[in-house]
Design a protein around this ligand. Sequence first.
Ligand code: SF4
Length: 364
Amino acid sequence: MRIDFPSTDEERRSDWKWQLQHRIKTKEELSAKLRLTEDEISSFENCSEFFEFSVTPYYLALADPNDPRCPIRLQIVPRGEELIRNPLERQDPLAEETFMPVKGVTHRYPDRAIWYLSHVCAVYCRFCTRKRKVSKSFHTPGKEEWEQALEYFKTHSEIREVILSGGDPLNLSNEKLDYLLGELKSIPHINQVRIHSRYPVTLPMRIDSELCAIFKKHYPLYLVTHFNHAKEITPLVREKTAQLALEGGVTILNQGVLLKGINDSAETLTELFYGLTAIGIKPYYLHQCDEVWGSTGFRVEIEKGAEIMKKIRGRISGLSVPLYVVDLTGGGGKVPLPGDYLVEKKERSYVFRNYRDDLYEIGY
Ligand code: SF4
């Protein structure tokens, strides 16, 4: 069933600033759109005290108002499971604040740095790794910190890639993005610039001709977005991602998160991966959900994730299959999670098990 926003005309709804200004933020506004369960009602205040609730009218309209198991709804509506305090979960599971040489920059891997440009998002995902600071605008770096960060990038020639992240960096104005991209592109040792944004999913109207002209000016750019379910691939998403690629010249990739009850089956992920490839987005990573506090209810066992990916690999084109990875808690970095393909090493051969569970022996 579709949720209607009857008092707004199409033109205003297609304006990204209107969408941001009219985000649904309170339990009262939300319960006017969705039939909330008792758990959703009773958890709302307690959960949003730790991590703000916010959703664009566009994204909320994708949710089923009557089904609490709807994959869109499960990503955005607070539930009691968020209040479970698992001792292994952390405020900053990837130790991003530990490896922070200047405010707003994480430099953890030798050749790349993450730059947090905005702590605002159109939609707050309940499993967000950065809920410690996302939605809290006082953490957002200002102009002075930008200059410090740019100076750091200029004086560290080992940095070959800068990842613009947040929150959502597309929350910045076009003028600011143009300035920052221009500065980064003028640093000789920066080989590539990547943008991490969920706006193609939660606020696709952000992509317009003006933004695409800026991206084209700073070609090449890589944009990594974050689709978790095929329900998120709407006709507007199809139109806007085509515009981003064709007008903006941007290479688009996806890193999703494996989420319990949302996409933890081979069928659901196959539909997502095929759906993304069909609109020109390469599935890049499927992440094991990070051990951020309040994420227990979202996490799938690694064995199950590996089993799902094993079923998918071999059945669908390798072009559509992302790498399943875990980003190690404590700042250890990403490690791939392949299935148990290698069964045995013999004196002159290896034995492998394929996606159909058949055994094959190859020599070396
Ligand atoms: S869009 Fe990304 S940064 Fe923003 S709340 Fe969702 S997961 Fe966190």
